[in-house]
Design a binder for this molecule. Structure first.
Ligand code: HEC
Length: 121
């Protein structure tokens, strides 16, 4: 296919994926690509093991629980509680409705790493 047509075809595809809200999938990017420091990458590992089965980190779409994209950038959590460490930690430690408590199996350090990572979303 002539180069010009190919170029506009690609541009159209790119525009389409942009408007569909499915840009590059950040969950496939490395910690370095995401610019995570050591604590945030430790938190990401915990998230992938413990939370990713129910939550998308880089999408607002729900899986089993709400998508956590922009968690702290919004004023309120999906439950309408203020979006701050106190309430996010509370949900993580004690669970919430259908979400199981993770507190007993997370050390303080792991909880802090996890919160540091959630701040990057
Ligand atoms: C078995 C599925 C499941 C797992 C695993 C899970 N969650 Fe959830 N999560 C949920 C559900 C369901 C909700 C919605 C609760 C509700 O109805 O308010 C939720 C809600 C949340 C909320 C929003 C709370 C609010 O106040 O709106 C946060 C933040 C959250 N989870 C973080 C986490 C973190 C961090 C982990 C990993 C330690 C995790 N979740 C693991 C199912 C899960």
């Amino acid at each position: 296919m002539p180069a010009r047509i190919f170029t506009s075809f690609c541009a159209a595809l790119l525009a389409l994926s942009f408007f569909a809200g499915c840009g590059p999938d950040k969950s496939q990017e490395s910690d370095a690509q995401l610019g995570l420091d050591a604590q945030e990458s430790a938190g990401r590992q915990i998230f992938n093991q413990r939370c990713a089965s129910c939550h998308y980190a880089y999408s607002s779409r729900s899986l089993h629980g709400p998508g956590l994209k922009n968690l702290y950038k919004k004023k309120y959590l999906p439950s309408a509680l203020p979006a701050n460490d106190r309430f996010v930690a509370q949900t993580t430690v004690n669970g919430r409705k259908m979400m199981p408590a993770a507190g007993a199996t997370l050390t303080d350090e792991q909880l802090h790493d996890l919160l540091a990572y959630l701040h990057t979303l």
